[in-house]
Design a protein around this ligand. Structure first.
Ligand SMILES: [Zn+2]
Length: 293
């Protein structure tokens, strides 16, 4: 499920850490109340707005790459695998509220899972690894916000901070949704214009939309999946103002909800490794097109 994507919903009730199965199903209903994206303050020391926001038509580093160089040489892409497989065992820690500028939200969430127990956290890590390989092949420097190499998290504010500190040219947060069965398809979440506390997305709204439009188009092309039939009006795009990971970002960033883990037909795709490779290829193509203009 999405991280935060359910509108500011009531706080998920925490389950005992040992009740994994219960937590999974509870999480599925909750829809990532806060996890996914939280922003954090500008960790790179550059106040929001002071960095030129790369746009599709602003090939900064790429423009200076020597002819024949890998297409994304000199560019940095941060991949944010939504949630963390360890979150289920650290409910107290991930429930701790963090400041997202405009509000406070839980540090992170468990994410959703399929009925058979394939977790969103496992899915996002797999797609993120595939995506990392593809982007490196294109010459990009790739940073993951985590690689299941920590007990839980990072918190949503830290996830945003990591992209900011890397001075990423683009950040993609990978997720799968936890919506009702019958709701199918993918969508890309774009940051709304928000300002509050350390959050100010004005500089990234435009470039993030360009990034998202490219990712949505290439994702559809690579996977054959249709835009979500339950959000975004068939465009495959949604705009959110409640995700810390977007609100606190000072660099272009989008979330990709690859499909719905609660719909049997989408599950058949999400659990198929060959399809996940196509999903990664679509995201990589979108990032490449965005960065190359
Ligand atoms: Zn999620």
């Amino acid at each position: 499920m999405h991280h935060d994507d359910s509108p500011p919903a009531p706080r998920p009730r925490r389950r005992p850490a040992s009740a994994l199965a219960l937590a999974v199903s509870a999480a599925a209903v909750l829809a990532c109340a806060s996890a996914c994206g939280a922003p954090s303050g500008p960790a790179d020391g550059a106040p929001p707005g002071t960095r030129p926001a790369p746009g599709p038509s602003a090939p900064s580093a790429a423009g200076s790459a020597p002819a024949g160089a890998a297409p994304l040489a000199g560019r940095t892409v941060v991949i944010d695998p939504g949630h963390n497989p360890g979150n289920f065992a650290h409910t107290r820690e991930i429930n701790r509220p963090v400041d997202i500028g405009t509000n406070r939200k839980e540090c992170d969430t468990t994410g959703t899972s399929t009925n058979s127990g394939y977790t969103e956290a496992a899915f996002t890590l797999d797609v993120s690894h595939r995506l990392r390989t593809l982007l490196r092949e294109l010459g990009a420097t790739v940073v993951l916000t985590h690689d299941a190499d920590r007990p839980y998290g990072p918190c949503i504010d830290e996830r945003a901070r990591l992209g900011n500190a890397a001075r990423a040219d683009a950040v993609v947060s990978v997720h799968a949704d936890g919506s009702a069965a019958g709701n199918r398809g993918f969508h890309v979440i774009l940051p709304a214009a928000v300002k509050g506390g350390t959050a100010d997305t004005a500089p990234i709204v435009g470039p993030s939309r360009s990034l998202g439009v490219n990712v949505a188009r290439e994702f559809a092309r690579a996977t054959g999946s249709a835009p979500a039939n339950y959000v975004g009006g068939g465009t495959g795009l949604d705009v959110r103002e409640d995700l810390g990971g977007l609100n606190l970002s000072t660099v272009p960033k989008v979330f990709v909800e690859c499909g719905n883990m609660r719909d049997p037909k989408d599950v058949a795709l999400l659990t198929d490794a060959a399809w996940r490779q196509k999903a990664a290829q679509g995201i990589a193509a979108g990032v490449r097109t965005y960065l190359r203009g």
